[in-house]
Design a protein around this ligand. Structure first.
Ligand code: PMP
Length: 500
């Protein structure tokens, strides 16, 4: 396993930008913005230079080695349309990552943008502190209808980290309110990403992005993830046994920590970080039983897996388990505005529904009226275009197209579900040998990230676990987009192999 020498970006690798600034022929989309020739933005003239200079001086990119851009241009994406985005030179890129697992309905949807504009004109802002506004109520009701089982109550946030943070805070206050004062710990899986605010970071299982911020809030406990490709020897040949072992490790951790001290288990339906680990059969059923046995809350962190990514509104529905809390963000608005939140069961709300009891938590922009209006319009598009149906109808073709890459010597494993895939890269297929830190640095940061981007594909090359390429395209994609991804990946990965 390679340890990142810097905090790898949760969504994008470092893109040093194309040094020569050239646009590969054949990549200019006639439907994209025409490259200007008059010195304005997109002409390669003064406006472009000024934007780069301003970006270099003033903009701080997230999880990015800013030194990469000391002598190179930052990639600047200026617009999007459908499954594609365009840079300032008019070059087109297939958005194979939905921005950052966000753009479910694709880019450039007027009806969704206009819903936001209408709401801003009617009521741009009012807080959810003591007041309600119509769009928050309508959206909460709609989400409760879509959610599994008794998840009926919505607490909005603005982001995924805030959603995770809120879920942990709710678990803590819930147990204090109901007399189980010792329950504060949270279990989560190795290499899992659950956000970057201090609480969410304590739940995150990536040592490399935690160390600079320690000490973090106490109580984060790690359990094994469900990476079957790298399963321990005694369960390596039996997916079912592996899943039960991984679930039982949660029970062992609860017993080790003391059940009276454990508040919640945070799990993604498909774990993103590490490269898309779907749950083995039986895993979540067993985890649910274990949580019930010890009175521990099961939090399904669906910041990526909700809203169609796996062909269902919620990932837990695909795998048939009932969480106590679902955290969500990203796809709820398809990125047309920022919004997150958590859906909680009636049972968790109960202690807060009488007398002076209050969940002592809130943020100013949570459930912003514009974001809620946008989310409602986004869900309308889901319904009108049957996007869940599109994912379910095409996911087998997506898998089959990506699995063609298995004939390349560098491809070790292709895994995922729905429109959410990881491709693990290896140095030796037979032994599953991975790259050392140096090779990983040369391969992923030195070549692959940039080469894939240059070839017109937005995806993510990441080595926070073993080196993987991740794909999560808009839910509107079909076979022609899968083929485009496969062709770009094939040519760039073939070239990567020759460079090793
Ligand atoms: N949880 C999961 C599972 C995530 O994937 C992410 C973001 N990728 C987060 C939480 C944090 O979300 P945000 O970046 O919106 O704070």
């Amino acid at each position: 396993m390679t340890t990142p020498s810097h905090p790898g970006h949760p969504g994008y690798p470092d893109h040093p930008g194309r040094a020569d600034g050239a646009i590969p022929q054949g990549q200019i989309d006639p439907m994209g913005p025409a490259a200007a020739t008059d010195g304005t933005l997109g002409s390669g003239g003064p406006a472009d230079l000024a934007l780069q200079e301003a970006a270099r001086r003033h903009l701080w990119l997230h999880f990015t080695r800013m030194s990469s851009y000391a002598d190179a241009d930052m990639p600047v994406i200026v617009r999007g349309s459908g499954q594609y985005v365009y840079d300032q030179k008019g070059k087109r890129y297939l958005d194979g990552l939905s921005g950052l697992f966000v753009s479910q309905i694709g880019h450039g949807r007027r009806e969704v943008a206009e819903a936001g504009a209408r709401q801003a004109a009617e009521l741009a802002y009012f807080p959810l502190w003591s007041y309600a506004h119509p769009r928050a109520v309508e959206l909460a009701e709609r989400l409760a209808t879509l959610a599994p089982g008794d998840l009926n109550r919505v607490f909005f946030t603005t982001s995924g980290s805030e959603a995770v943070e809120s879920a942990w805070k709710l678990a803590k206050q819930y147990f204090k309110t109901t007399g189980e004062h010792g329950r504060y710990k949270v279990l989560s899986r190795d290499i899992a990403y659950h956000g970057t605010s201090m609480g969410a970071l304590a739940i995150t299982g990536l040592p490399g992005i935690k160390h600079p911020f320690e000490p973090l809030p106490a109580g984060g406990v790690r359990v094994p993830n469900t990476n079957f490709y790298r399963a321990p020897g005694f369960v390596a040949d039996d997916l079912g046994a592996f899943g039960l072992w991984a679930a039982d490790e949660i029970e062992r951790a609860i017993l080790r920590e003391g059940p009276e001290s454990v508040a919640a288990v945070f799990l993604e339906p498909v774990q993103n970080s590490g490269g898309c680990f779907p749950p083995p059969p039986g895993y979540f059923a067993r985890v649910r039983k274990i949580c019930d046995r010890y009175g521990v809350l099961l939090v399904s962190d669906e910041v990526i897996c909700a809203f169609g990514r796996l062909g269902y509104y919620f990932g837990s529905q695909r795998y048939g388990y009932q969480p106590d809390i679902i955290t969500f963000a990203k796809g709820l608005t398809s990125g047309y505005a920022a919004l997150g939140g958590m859906l909680v069961s009636d049972r968790l709300m109960e202690p807060f529904s009488e007398g002076p009891a209050t969940f002592l938590h809130g943020v100013t922009f949570a459930g912003h009226p514009v974001s809620c209006a946008v989310a409602l319009a986004n869900l309308d598009v889901f319904e009108k275009e049957d996007l869940l149906g599109n994912v379910r109808a095409n996911e087998a073709a997506f898998r089959a197209t990506l699995e063609k890459l298995n004939d390349l010597p560098i491809v070790g494993d292709v895994r995922g579900d729905g429109y959410f895939y990881g491709i693990e890269l290896v140095k030796d297929k037979a032994s599953r040998l991975t790259f050392d830190e140096d090779e990983s640095e040369r391969l992923l940061r030195g070549f692959l990230s940039q080469a894939l981007f240059d070839a017109g594909l937005v995806c993510r090359a990441d080595d926070r676990g073993d080196p993987v390429i991740q794909l999560a395209p808009p839910l509107t994609c079909g076979p022609e987009h899968f083929a485009e991804m496969e062709q770009i990946l094939r040519s760039v990965l073939t070239e990567a192999w020759t460079r090793l």
